[in-house]
Ligand binder design. Structure first.
Ligand code: XMP
Length: 527
């Protein structure tokens, strides 16, 4: 969890919302929706919530959904401290059930589970629905629950119902407690964003103090204080996160920043030349290019396991940075572009032994013992916020709007063991795919497009000859922050053209497929 020791951050905390996490797949979306209202918000696991409220005094608390059942024993819950903290509470799904149980109501395992779209009919008005939903009307919401509330606590009344949930929205206006069985944070709850706005702005009275320009001022003064007169090396990959990190630190401490661009041999076509040109100009002799491709590729020989690939690459990165730092001299810090979703995704919601989906190189892949201290100025931000910050810092649009590219690069897009042949095949195919997308004017409509090379061979016929080559997967998704993603819908004829070009031009591939899996249940990358 992001720890912000600096006093200046007080101004954000003064008007902040706490999201208590019970492990819902949508928890981060709740935080996004709050920040979209220009209000600062952090996510904290339910078992750290008590300490958090005492320390940070949030103006409102949102309880997330979660996969557990309050009916079972020993499942996550909230303490009386949270309930009685004296600020408004919006309790969502599992959070609603926790709140209801804690306040003396009842929850049952319903025989009518609801998943997906549902209609709520509005019975009464309340501050949460003010100017949004009218009594007697029906509205679309997104449901995902098995248990439901069967008796509401004293002081509550029913605002809305669905067929499967008689207490789809309940309120205690005096205490400013609101419980919803549906998920307002999901876009399929069509007015969900406004409901959250009502909670944050009208009910919790948060001032709209969170903006990228105020964050920029705060961050620069904090970085100045943190870094002092020491030197910093920044691992620059040319992606938006590390570029914004470098620009931010450059603005704070200028000449003390050295940008190290490590070519790990797993970059896309033309990428290393492009980055050398852009950043060589910007940082002059404080831009250091290291061709470490042999080092990385040797270390990766024979490794098939995705997590081991990530760990190996993370370790090598740090090795190279430390070596470069020694050459520069007097370097105390290593800066990198870790984002808030990386921070949250790398710990489990219970704060216990984590169920790590992937250890992103920016967080999980680092060795436990490092000689450099980390500086991660984007730790509190989501990707779209980083893009706004990058624009405010004057970075060029083509850099800011580039599709994300993972730290481990093509290594996690070649399934199975990695060798130079596979890298070259993937690089060439990827470049064809991206050029097609650019030429069709689709690049900016897609969050991320790339190819994945499978170690699966199949039989084909080319000319009159039999081929027995590898399979390529095209992947293109739309997303707001990489946490959830939808498949981009290309025209079939467009995909056919790409497939033909790739099979004709890239030796080693004889079959092309398109991945139609959203996230969840898939992840964006394949490893
Ligand atoms: P997944 O595959 O987890 O990816 O759905 C979500 C987003 O994160 C990017 N990604 C990474 N970025 N280092 C990074 O800097 C990594 O190790 C890493 N792994 C995944 C991925 O490209 C997508 O945008």
């Amino acid at each position: 969890m992001a720890k912000m020791e600096d006093n200046n951050i007080e101004k954000f905390y003064k008007d902040s919302i706490l999201v208590v996490d019970f492990g819902s797949q949508y928890t981060q979306l709740i935080a996004r929706r709050v920040r979209e209202q220009n209000v600062f918000c952090e996510v904290v696991s339910y078992n750290n919530a008590d300490d958090y409220v005492i320390k940070n005094n949030p103006k409102g608390i949102i309880l997330s959904g979660g996969p557990s059942s309050v009916i079972a024993s020993g499942t996550p819950t909230i303490s009386n401290k949270i309930i009685n903290f004296g600020v408004p509470i919006l309790a969502i799904c599992y959070g609603q059930q926790c709140m209801v149980q804690r306040l003396g109501g009842k929850v049952i395992s319903s025989d009518k589970s609801e998943f997906g779209r549902a209609k709520v009919s509005i019975k009464k008005t309340c501050m949460l629905t003010k100017n949004i939903w009218s009594v007697g009307e029906e509205y679309q919401v997104w449901m995902s629950h098995g248990d439901s509330v069967s008796k509401i606590p004293d002081g509550f009344f029913t605002v809305a119902q669905t067929e499967g949930a008689p207490y789809a929205l309940i309120a205690n206006e005096e205490k400013k407690y609101y419980g919803v069985q549906f998920h307002p944070e999901v876009i399929h709850t069509l007015e969900g964003k406004q409901l959250i706005k009502n909670f944050v702005v009208d009910i919790s009275s948060c001032k709209l103090s969170w903006s990228m320009s105020s964050f920029l001022d705060y961050k620069i003064s904090q970085l100045k204080r943190q870094i002092g007169k020491q030197n910093v090396v920044c691992g620059l990959s040319g992606g938006v996160d590390s570029s914004v990190t470098a620009a931010l630190i450059n603005k704070a401490v200028g000449g003390q920043l050295f940008c190290v661009f490590v070519n790990h041999g797993l970059l896309r076509e033309g990428e290393s030349e492009e980055i050398k040109t852009i950043f060589g100009k910007r940082f002059g002799n404080r831009f250091i290019y290291v061709d470490a491709s042999k080092l990385f590729l040797n270390a990766l020989v024979g490794i098939e396991d995705p997590e081991e690939k990530r760990r190996t690459i993370g370790n090598k990165f740090v090795e190279v940075f430390e070596e470069e730092a020694k050459k520069i001299g007097d370097v105390k810090y290593l800066a990198q572009g870790t984002l808030y979703p990386d921070v949250i995704e790398s710990v489990s919601f219970s704060g216990g032994p984590s169920v790590t989906i992937k250890s992103h190189h920016n967080v999980g892949g680092l060795p436990e013992k490092m000689n450099l201290e980390l500086v991660e100025p984007l730790r509190e931000l989501f990707k779209d916020e980083v893009r706004i910050l990058g624009k405010d810092l004057g970075l060029p649009k083509n850099l800011i709007d580039r599709h994300p590219f993972p730290g481990p690069g093509l290594a996690i897009r070649i399934l199975g063991p990695i060798d130079e042949d596979s890298i070259n095949i993937l690089r060439k195919a990827d470049s064809i795919f991206i050029n097609f997308i650019r030429n069709e004017g689709l690049y900016d409509k897609i969050w991320q497009a790339f190819c994945v090379l499978l170690p699966v061979k199949s039989v084909g016929v080319m000319g009159d000859a039999r081929s027995y080559d590898k399979t390529l997967v095209l992947r293109a998704v739309t997303s707001v922050d990489g946490m959830t993603a939808d498949v981009f819908q290309f025209e079939h004829s467009f995909l056919s053209k790409i497939s033909t070009r790739i099979v004709n031009e890239v030796t080693g591939i004889n079959r092309v497929t398109y991945d139609i899996t959203s996230k969840p249940p898939g992840t964006i990358e394949w490893e």
